[in-house]
Design a protein around this ligand. Structure first.
Ligand SMILES: *Cc1c(COP(=O)(O)O)cnc(C)c1O
Length: 524
């Protein structure tokens, strides 16, 4: 077996400074194992399986058969298994510890949901199976849809959108269809300054001009500034509630009335529904369309780009424009409406389709398992506990970190702090890097933009008080170092497999193609 050093891989150069440990021969740090790329440990001459020599048959490829090796690395079975196991150990995960990320709801996902999602009757169902063979799956989609409509107090729903941002697009396309049905071609969507980046991006993608609404000093939408921007050209207003500062928008009803008075629609970004589920029905606040991130509020492990599911609930006014397909119950039977139906069924104005099939079936199963295992009272407890956990963090740290909105009352499901009071030259980034040494994934940083050096922390309802106390202790200790100007913090993380990486260069100039070291050296 080749050793990693023969393959051209080198351990990271020893770090200078008091904290740097001497480099080991392997580059490993005790049980934290270094791992080169698959191409560096693999060898085209090796394989994990013994294939019989193929029989000599006449080629039917008309001279198009490949003669050169295809360049894939060959590995024995244990080499392949170890490679991926070692990589997985370098990944922080919700099953390892608390994820303080705000604007994300990284909660524990009950294993029961996973078991249900893997039931062969759901997991192996082909999307083109005739509806006579999919009655159970359609009943489940209808069940989740009914819960979501009940919890939000809204009569219409589109289950198919595949993420929060996709749901936003679905909502805006329904708003546009509703205006077009009245022969009204409005061009502008208003979005608060503190909105998640997907809101203005979605509005622009849907072809709207985006105008931003300022925030008040208390971190809420400035209602007077919003009213001043409302007019006959405004198609809709996108409000996040609870907003991205972790605060409830108390003027939502007044906002809805003002928006409706100029003939526009109120879109609500419902990604933060985790904080109010079972307590507030957005339909009662005048919302016309709202997406719900099933992967945030109703469980499903996520991160790293998927999976997601963003059903959209609609008011009476927008429901007829909701996209196809949708499930309908006719007596004992469920039908999947795939084409525009006659006007009296109330769906003749569907704006089109968002996806090829019916949505994320696996996530519907997880959401159904989550809803049924919690029950209505349990879901209400979820939001109460999520809000309690966030307020515990806010109040425990407000004497250490500046909490810009702490004076205006309790927060919702996330707590926000600024970098005020850090020593010269110390920033939120240093605190994040220090948290890595403490064994935590950093919080959301520099978002929302309305708070300087923002640290947005969402503990969720699934963390114990002991886990919260440990996180609070770690953050307090790192924040004190930033305030005291502890130079050693500038070098953090010192215990991680890698130090401070150039994340911007990694994102802007990703190296996606492996080159053989010999060639790479020749090119240097
Ligand atoms: C997560 C989030 C979104 C986007 O949802 P995706 O599923 O990631 O597309 C939009 N708005 C807010 C407030 C969010 O937290």
């Amino acid at each position: 077996m080749s050793t990693i050093n023969q393959s051209g891989w080198r351990p990271e150069a020893p770090q200078s400074g008091a904290s740097a440990a001497p480099a080991t021969y392997t580059g490993n740090k005790a049980l934290m194992l270094e791992e080169p790329l698959l191409f560096e440990i693999g060898d085209a001459a090796r394989t994990g399986v013994d294939l019989p020599t193929p029989p000599q048959v006449a080629s039917r490829l008309a001279g198009l058969e490949r003669h050169k090796p295809i360049g894939l690395p060959g590995l024995s079975e244990p080499e392949a298994v170890r490679h991926y196991t070692r990589l997985s150990r370098q990944n922080y995960a919700i099953d390892l510890g608390l994820f303080p990320l705000g604007s994300c709801t990284m909660k524990h996902n009950p294993r029961l949901n996973e078991k249900m999602a893997r039931l062969p009757g759901f997991a192996d169902l082909h999307p083109l199976t005739p509806v006579d063979g999919t009655q159970g799956a359609l009943a489940l989609i209808d069940l989740v849809a009914t819960w979501l409509k009940t919890l939000t107090g809204m009569p219409g729903i589109a289950m198919s959108p595949k993420a929060g941002a996709h749901g936003e697009l679905c909502g805006l396309l329904a708003i546009r269809a509703a205006h077009e049905a009245k022969g009204d071609a409005r061009k502008t969507i208003l979005v608060p300054e503190s909105a998640h980046g997907t809101n203005p991006a979605t509005a622009a993608f849907a072809g709207y001009a985006v105008e931003s609404i300022p925030a008040t000093a208390a971190g809420r939408v400035d209602v007077e500034a919003l009213k001043a921007k409302l007019g006959p050209d405004v198609a809709g207003v996108m409000i996040t509630n609870p907003n991205t500062c972790g605060l409830f928008e108390p003027d939502m009803i007044a906002i809805g009335e003002a928006v409706h008075a100029v003939g526009a629609y109120l879109y609500c970004d419902g990604a933060n529904f985790n904080a109010i589920v079972g307590k507030v029905r957005p339909g009662d606040l005048g919302v016309d369309a709202m997406h719900i991130n099933l992967h945030k509020t109703f469980s499903t492990p996520h991160g790293g780009g998927g999976p997601g599911s963003g059903p959209v609930v609609f008011s009476e006014a927008l429901a007829p424009f909701a996209p196809l397909p949708f499930v309908e119950r006719h007596g004992d039977r469920y039908v999947l409406v795939e084409e525009e139906t006659v006007a009296e069924e109330g769906h003749s104005d569907a704006f089109g389709r968002m996806v090829a099939f019916h949505g994320q079936m696996g996530m519907f199963v997880r959401a159904a398992a989550y809803m049924l295992s919690h029950g209505a009272d349990g879901l209400k407890q979820v939001s109460e506990d999520a809000v309690l956990s966030a307020n515990y963090i806010l109040r425990s740290l407000e004497n250490t970190l500046e909490a810009p909105f702490a004076a205006s009352g309790p927060c919702m499901h996330e707590a926000i702090f600024s970098d005020e009071g850090f020593a010269d030259g110390f920033s939120t980034l240093d605190v994040a890097k220090g948290l890595i040494d403490e064994g935590f994934h950093p919080m959301t940083m520099y978002f929302p933009l309305v708070v300087h050096g923002a640290m947005l922390i969402e503990p969720t309802e699934t963390e114990s008080k002991a886990a919260l106390d440990q996180f609070i202790g770690a953050l307090r200790s790192v924040a004190e170092r930033a305030k005291a100007g502890d130079a050693a913090l500038k070098a953090a993380p010192i215990h991680a497999p890698r130090r401070r990486l150039d994340e911007t260069a990694a994102a802007r100039k990703p190296v996606l193609v492996w080159k053989e070291p010999v060639q790479a050296q020749a090119a240097e």
